[in-house]
Design a protein around this ligand. Structure first.
Ligand code: NAD
Ligand code: ZN
Ligand code: ZN
Length: 396
């Protein structure tokens, strides 16, 4: 089959690789019809190289048609239309029962001390072949799927793999009071969708980014926007947000940026060094030395009102990140974070996805649809924010 493989920093290629096969009786093979590129893939593309091997297949936002199932799979059958969550979970352990599927005790990557295995996401998460390919092997397939009806276009459903439940978790964890305000940092796919969900729930939403067309996209849906493009320092952003909230600041802040935030260069050199060092040196440096760029998180701490909540949904990875504990403690900041527990939220978000009026705007959410063969171009324009790329869907 054809698949998008990681080869090195900013180097991904579409190659011919062996077709996946059923390895255990609980596996299924799904033929991809749509498979997306995520902001999380950009971390692999840029800074997480030490945890990848040349040839690793990327991708974790898939949907398609079941092609084959193992002998113990009873919940899906060939011909079913399914979305596959980005994490692999068993559905029957303590963590899955608690709705913490990204901590699944059956698939936890214990040798790395990490949570549940993820598709297409580095040795830290099990080095499971990813979904930017014609076919995907789905372990624990009886639980690791979301069955969807035939008929509506893929755009309706593909975001159930990650974007919609992730944005929904960000909003739940932000715990914005009725009548309250949430500021969303980063208006990529995750931040944009978090804005849409918070608006749908009747909250006042402030969106912050530095890319003009992303700000404009949010503004069109009713978000008050603040641009970082010309802000001299983040003080301007804090002042602007206070003006929009009666002087107090937003009740909650969602950080939908993560480890590669733009801003002053804290951590950038360390990230760059780790990404170009041999793996034996780069891995410990990335995992132990604290190499996040924390600009968005620092901004969140300054922005949030006293006693408010910060919901981190952007991915962080450092181990020694310096934090302003005095400010966080004195402001009584509440902090929640983590990978999204996809299946936990599906019943909550499905009504929006099935609603004929398409309240979340899924059908016009993607800016680009490319054949799988053009995936390297998709990565490039998404990373460089060229050609107004916000969400790129691949069609194998
Ligand atoms: N927790 C999860 O389960 C989960 C799932 C999916 C994605 N993510 C993470 O969410 C984040 C966003 O993903 P995405 O797909 O929207 O990616 P993206 O890269 O398109 O979005 C990031 C946005 O942040 C903006 N930005 C950069 N620096 C900023 C700053 N200092 N302040 C405000 N905005 C800034 C960028 O211009 C960009 O629009 C990534 O870190 C991704 O890894 C997490
Ligand atoms: Zn994703
Ligand atoms: Zn489990």
């Amino acid at each position: 089959m054809r698949a998008l493989t990681w080869q090195g920093k900013r180097d991904v290629r579409v190659d011919t690789v062996p077709d996946p096969t059923i390895l255990t009786p609980t596996d299924a093979i799904v033929r991809m019809t749509t498979t997306a590129i995520c902001g999380s893939d950009l971390h692999l593309y840029e800074v997480l190289g030490p945890f990848l091997d040349a040839g690793d297949i990327l991708g974790h936002e898939p949907m398609g048609i079941v092609e084959e199932v193992g002998s113990e799979v009873t919940q899906i059958a060939p011909g079913d239309r399914v979305v596959v969550p980005f994490q692999i979970a068993c559905g029957s352990c303590f963590m899955c029962d608690a709705g913490l599927q990204t901590q699944c005790e059956t698939t936890q990557v214990r040798e790395q001390g990490m949570g549940a295995a993820l598709f297409g996401y580095t040795k830290l998460y099990g080095q499971v072949p990813g979904a930017q390919a014609e076919l995907l092997r789905v372990p624990h397939a009886d639980y690791t799927h979301i069955k969807v009806p035939h008929g509506p276009p893929d755009d309706r459903f593909v975001y159930l793999s990650d974007v919609i439940p992730t944005a929904y978790q960000a909003v739940r964890y932000a715990d914005v009071p009725k009548g309250g305000t949430v500021a969303v940092l980063g208006l990529g796919p995750i931040g944009d969708m978090a804005c849409r969900i918070a608006l749908e729930e009747g909250r006042h939403v402030i969106g912050v980014d530095l890319v003009p067309e992303r700000l404009e996209r949010a503004r069109r849906r009713g978000v008050d926007t603040i641009s970082l493009e010309h802000a001299d320092d983040t003080g301007d952003v804090v002042d602007a947000a206070r003006e929009l909230t009666g002087g107090r600041g937003p009740d909650a802040v969602i950080d939908a940026v993560g480890m590669e935030a733009h801003g002053p260069a804290i951590g950038r050199l360390a990230q760059h060094m780790a990404s170009v060092l041999p793996d034996s040196l780069g891995q410990p440096m990335m995992a132990k030395a604290g190499t996040d760029r924390l600009e968005a998180f620092y901004l969140a701490i300054d922005l949030v009102r006293r006693g408010g909540t910060i919901s981190l949904i952007g991915v962080y990875g450092g181990q020694a990140d310096p934090l302003p504990m005095l400010t966080m403690f004195d402001k009584q900041v509440q902090l929640r974070m983590g990978q999204a527990n996809v299946k936990r939220w599906i019943d909550d978000v499905m009504p929006w996805v099935l609603d004929e009026t398409d309240p979340l705007g899924t059908e016009s959410f993607a800016t680009h649809r490319l054949p799988l063969e053009d995936a390297p171009h998709g990565y490039e324009i998404f990373q460089k924010k060229q050609d107004e790329a916000v969400k790129v869907l691949l069609e194998p």
